[in-house]
Design a protein. Sequence first.
Length: 245
Amino acid sequence: MNGLFPYEPSGLFLMDKPAGPTSHDAVEWAREVFDTPNVGHCGTLDPAATGLLLMVMGDSLKLQNQFTAERKVYRGAFRFGLRTDTDDLVGRPLGEPTADLSAVTEERVKESFAKFTGAFDQKVPRYSAVKVKGKKMYEWARKGIEVEFPVKNVTVYRFDLLQFHLPDADFLVECSKGTYVRSLARDVGEVLGVGGVLASLCRESIGSFHRKAAYVWKGEKDFRREDVLSAFLPHPRLQELLNAR
């Protein structure tokens, strides 16, 4: 084989994804580098998002659902005064920006964060992979067809305001599987009455796995073998870590 191992690899690979590539792009890179088609990721990151992407391969593929179900921690920024069809900065504007943000205070932002802490029903974004009537939401959106927004029950365990500097607010959120941070941006903005979008997002951790231990990928074809392997947990070692929990 031409990959990093002389055999079919099994284990967990931690990648720190940059902004730009899709999660699928990252998986394709890992398939080429590890010389195996048996690679899957444990939770999508939008192209504009950065941070931890967990990939399982070989025998560890059977653990994919377990890792996908883990809590996630994100850092990022909301931008108030805007509404878009994607609930982030890359989308099409919906109406004119809100010029007057004088009612958006640090105290009110903290109060709005508290409203979305705990378990609640969240309306998924218009541009998401959730299926409605046999098609993904983004497929309906691209056709310009309005459909009812599905609702998912999610849990936000922690929702902290890190820095307040209008029109932005930096945040940290710890949340359950299926939580859309873009939807949090939209809904917080609606509570404040001015609209809101996700300006930036970085996934810091998934369960006990942290971005600090991940391979910092820049989309490159050339890399140091030692750097990639330092972010790879072979399947037996991975099983030991899981059994020790």
